[in-house]
Structures are given as structure tokens and as C-alpha cells.
Design a protein around this ligand. Structure first.
Ligand SMILES: [Fe+2]
Ligand SMILES: [Fe+2]
Length: 156
């Protein structure tokens, strides 16, 4: 089982990758970049895996979490209003192309927006852990972003 050091090392390895660094150019929620977001999701997903004793392969879970939003465009300005629906499939394709993501990892990525993508239900423990972790972190980032906006208004 991964310890904290192993997790930090893996994060640093990915951070050094120029393709991964692209995610730092885009805002995900509030003031959080996509890269910051996926790292938080990865850390939480591995924590859930441990405390729930889910037994998901940690390499797979980590890769799926780091790449779950690897769609590589600014969703605020690019594309249609259906970003929420489409981006899991784009991210999964990019993950396969750039990081040789396995079918299992791709499926975790593809189902992470459930229940928005109502028919694409998570079908593995790893997929459930990923969708749950993403929702927890996204909510936290959105709420934090609202507080920042409110404080800015209050400061005038
Ligand atoms: Fe996403
Ligand atoms: Fe996400």
C-alpha cells in the first residue's frame, strides 16, 4: 500500500511532465487550476481507497484521478455548454494517447461525471471512488471561490 512519501513522489513525477503542466494553465473551479484540482482529487481518492479498504490498484486509481480532467482546453471559453458531458470522454482519449491509460483507467475517467452522464454509471470500485472524490473536491473549490468573490465585493 502506498504511504504518503510514495504519493508525494508520484505527484512530483507528474508535475515535472510538460503535458501535465498544461493543466496548470486552466481554471477549474473558483481560483483553482485544473492541475491543483486533479492533485487534490488524487490524494483524496487514495485516502478513500485506504480507509474504505477498497483494494483498488493504486497505480490505476492515481493515474485515473490525475488524468480525469485531462481535456486540455479552457472550458470557460472553448466549446459548447455541454463541457460537463463531453470532457470525460476527451480526457479518457487523451489519457490513452499520452499515457497509455488502460481500458479500466479510461472507464474510470469516462464515468467520473455520473450522475450528470446518467447512462454512464461507474462500474468499478475505483470509478466510484473517483466520482465521489471529484464531487467532494469540486464542491469545496467552488465554495472557496464564492468566499473569495464575496470578500472581494466586501472590500470594494
Ligand atoms: Fe471532470
Ligand atoms: Fe474533476
Amino acid at each position: 500500500m502506498w504511504n504518503d512519501e510514495r504519493l508525494l513522489n508520484r505527484i512530483e513525477e507528474f508535475r515535472a511532465d510538460l503535458r501535465i503542466q498544461k493543466m496548470d494553465e486552466f481554471i477549474q473551479h473558483g481560483r483553482t487550476t485544473t492541475l491543483q484540482h486533479v492533485i487534490r482529487v488524487a490524494a483524496l481518492a487514495l485516502w478513500f481507497n485506504k480507509v474504505l479498504r477498497a483494494g483498488v490498484n493504486e497505480d490505476d486509481l492515481f493515474l485515473a484521478a490525475i488524468l480525469h480532467d485531462y481535456y486540455l482546453y479552457d472550458w470557460h471559453t472553448f466549446g459548447d455548454k455541454l463541457h460537463g458531458y463531453h470532457h470525460p470522454y476527451i480526457a479518457a482519449q487523451n489519457a490513452a494517447r499520452d499515457f497509455n491509460a488502460s481500458h479500466a483507467v479510461q472507464r474510470m475517467i469516462e464515468t467520473h461525471m455520473w450522475p450528470l452522464n446518467i447512462r454512464d454509471i461507474p462500474r468499478s470500485r475505483g470509478a466510484w471512488i473517483l466520482t465521489l472524490s471529484d464531487k467532494v473536491i469540486s464542491t469545496q473549490e467552488t465554495v472557496a471561490g464564492l468566499f473569495v468573490a464575496r470578500n472581494r465585493l466586501a472590500e470594494g
